[in-house]
Design a protein around this ligand. Structure first.
Ligand SMILES: [Fe+2]
Length: 282
């Protein structure tokens, strides 16, 4: 058992199975496990996928909180979840979440933002901007920008409005991350599924992680590579876990439900670099 101390919460994980055990006082609202077979249609190469169909892929623990914090979370319409992506690959491709686009705010000015905090392992977050993700014909999807962000343990990513996103486990052990999400935000999975995933795939090779473009997209801009920066104004301070940051200063997360005034400052929390940042634990 290892302590997930970066979360600031009493949580442990069985490293072998990736299962999380909540400590004294913490409770969750729901759990869903996804096996490899359920990723059909989202992977680069699904040859012999049925042979490993039952293999655990990722688990989501929804609505984790102390009972005394439920009212505060509900008041703001936020939910704190934990996702565990297992280590390993399918035909060389690193395990990942399904990926989705967030829906529009009622004024349709921007889509909703999100916050991801890496608690254990290293994540590659694939962000791709699109404003026509919700049309009936995904074959005409226009991707305006692709950002590949490496998020090491103890670091937090503000997912910008208007960017679809997917998290990839590029470390050697389980990847554990938390998210603070705006509950009314609609999620769109179909435009990702239509293309068998996001614009890029990550592979583990003997030399390390390598990236490959998804050729099912007819036009993809060249990816930009980025690392994450602190953004105290929006509740992101290194060393202060996300849950604690929300509890101390819930108003800092107002951008989750009302992103319009924060698009630039969210983008400014990305540090753009020239090449793929492989992370500290890779
Ligand atoms: Fe999301």
């Amino acid at each position: 058992m290892i302590q997930l101390s970066k979360s600031g919460l009493p949580m442990q994980m069985d490293e072998e199975s990736g299962r999380i055990i909540l400590g004294e006082g913490l409770a969750m609202e729901g759990y869903a496990g996804k096996a490899a077979g359920k990723m059909a249609g989202l992977l680069a190469d699904e040859t012999d996928l049925e042979m490993v169909g039952e293999e655990p892929f990722y688990d989501v623990y929804r609505g984790i909180a102390y009972p005394e914090d439920r009212e505060l979370l509900k008041k703001h319409d936020y939910r704190y979840d934990i996702t565990v992506i297992m280590p390993g690959q399918i035909n060389g491709e690193c395990k990942k979440t399904s990926g989705h686009y967030h829906g529009w705010t009622p004024a349709r000015t921007n889509t909703y933002a999100e916050v991801y905090e890496v608690i254990k392992g290293t994540a590659l977050c694939i962000l791709q901007k699109s404003t026509n993700f919700d049309t009936n014909d995904p074959s005409g999807l226009v991707v305006d920008d692709v950002i590949l962000v490496t998020v090491p343990e103890g670091r937090t990513l503000l997912v910008p409005p208007n960017y679809g996103h997917c998290s990839v486990n590029i470390g050697e052990g389980p990847l554990v991350f938390s998210n603070l999400a705006y509950v009314p935000c609609p999620l769109h999975y179909d435009p990702v599924k239509y293309y068998h995933g996001m614009g890029w795939y990550a592979y583990r090779t003997p030399e390390g992680i390598s990236l490959k473009e998804n050729s099912r997209y007819p036009h993809l801009p060249l990816p930009r590579y980025a690392a994450v920066k602190e953004n105290p104004e929006l509740g992101v301070t290194w060393g202060c876990p996300l849950y604690e940051s929300f509890r101390k200063r819930p108003e800092a997360f107002a951008f989750l439900g009302d992103p319009d005034a924060y698009v630039q400052t969210i983008m400014d929390s990305l540090e753009f670099g020239g090449e793929f940042i492989r992370g500290e634990n890779v």
